[in-house]
Design a protein around this ligand. Structure first.
Ligand code: NAD
Length: 356
């Protein structure tokens, strides 16, 4: 099975190396036949090939079932006309990866702000306020005059319904509760449409409890009582922001995994960015990318009914928890002694030695 590894910028190469060390151990233990192929994207690809997301890489993603996308320093990219293509945008729009699934939970031994939390943010991933990708043609941010800047937000029935279905299906496998987060008290038309479609979808799931919370209150309630939320269904930008808050509550941004999933394709990607402030220092926490990889393996396993791959993914998640649970093998961001590479080796060792 081919794994396409795109290290990206900043801490990307370090956390993908650590993730690959764990995946290598998983391959040896479970005989999965992984073929890990690395390709440059981001600033290195731009320097070498003139594009931060080369066409050849996009073509390879299209043909590969398992892609692991590292974080990218999009803020530092040149304009699109000069080859600065945002990889997240490119993959989410090209492959219609409309669901960004971002789980956060408290983990044994990890000192998070939340005492108890186990929730998943189901974030719409293709429209909303993302002006660089929410239009068929052109850009939804523009300046009618040098003193006026406008951005157009897109919310559609189709986009709202399909992410709502993802959220309700997910809730059925969990604690059967969906919290729809919106600002329909002010954005009556756009968030109103999203809320209407979420509620309408909820009618098909009478076994799942549905509640609605306004985004500003949600930011506070996540801090006050995070344990009361199960699946959080929301639009693109609210989901981006709230999922960083959830990751932080669970221990830090290094603990926020995700997959971008559509009907036919999914890509693993940590929720955090390229962290240029700590790049190259071997102190980044690779947990988010490791857990993103396990989410992707589970997604592929479910599609093919591949029990061995599902068991392997669960084993890798246990190994990550095992390493995080021991003071001697914790990462530096939570006060432990291990750098990025050493933590990758600790997880690899746990994969080799832990019982299934
Ligand atoms: P960031 O998520 O990169 O970093 C925010 C803070 O969290 C920093 O202090 C960083 O050191 C810390 N942090 C992040 N990941 C960590 C990890 N794995 N271990 C330990 N600490 C970690 O956000 P930012 O600094 O606002 O953005 C940096 C760049 O990343 C920008 O160019 C931004 O556009 C880009 N970005 C990319 C993605 C992506 O590729 N999916 C997501 C968000 C931001």
């Amino acid at each position: 099975m081919k794994l396409l590894i795109l290290p990206g910028d900043g801490i990307g190469p370090e956390i993908t190396d650590a993730t690959c060390a764990a995946l290598g151990a998983l391959d040896r233990r479970f005989g999965l036949g992984f073929d890990m192929v690395h390709r440059d994207i981001g600033l290195k690809a731009h320097a070498d090939m003139g594009s931060t997301m080369p066409d050849a890489v996009m073509a390879e993603i299209a043909e590969t079932e398992a892609t692991i996308l590292g974080p990218t320093d999009t803020y530092a990219y040149p304009p699109e006309s000069e080859g600065g293509i945002t990889p997240s945008k490119a993959v989410r729009t090209t492959f219609d990866l409309y669901g960004n699934i971002r789980p956060s939970r408290t983990r044994p031994g990890v000192p998070g702000m939340a005492k108890e939390m186990d929730l998943v943010v189901a974030r719409e991933n293709t429209e909303g306020f993302y002006a660089d990708r929410n239009m068929f043609m052109g850009n939804a941010e523009f300046m009618p005059t040098p003193e006026v800047a406008l951005a157009v937000r897109k919310i559609t029935t189709h986009g709202s319904r399909r992410i709502a279905k993802v959220a309700f299906d997910l809730a059925r496998t969990r604690r059967k509760k969906v919290t729809v987060v919106h600002k329909a008290n002010v954005l009556k038309v756009t968030d109103g449409l999203f809320l209407r479609e979420a509620k309408s979808m909820g009618e098909d799931y009478p076994d799942v409890e549905i509640e609605e919370v306004i985004i500003d209150a949600m930011a506070a309630l996540l801090i006050r009582r995070p344990e009361t939320f199960d699946v959080v269904l929301t639009t693109n930008m609210y989901g981006d922001i709230l999922s960083d808050e959830c990751a932080e509550l669970s221990g830090g941004l290094g603990f926020g995994p995700s997959i971008n999933a559509g009907d036919d394709h999914a890509i693993a990607q940590a929720a955090h960015g390229s962290a240029p402030d700590i790049a190259g220092q071997d102190i980044a926490n690779p947990t988010a990318l490791m857990l993103s990889a396990t989410m992707l393996l589970k997604w592929i396993a479910a599609r093919h009914g591949n029990n061995q791959l599902a068991a392997a993914a669960a084993h890798m998640e246990n190994a990550v928890d095992h390493a995080l649970g021991q003071p001697a093998t914790q990462t530096k961001d939570i006060g432990g002694p291990l750098g990025t590479q050493a933590f990758g080796e600790a997880v690899a060792l746990a994969i080799e030695n832990l019982e299934e």
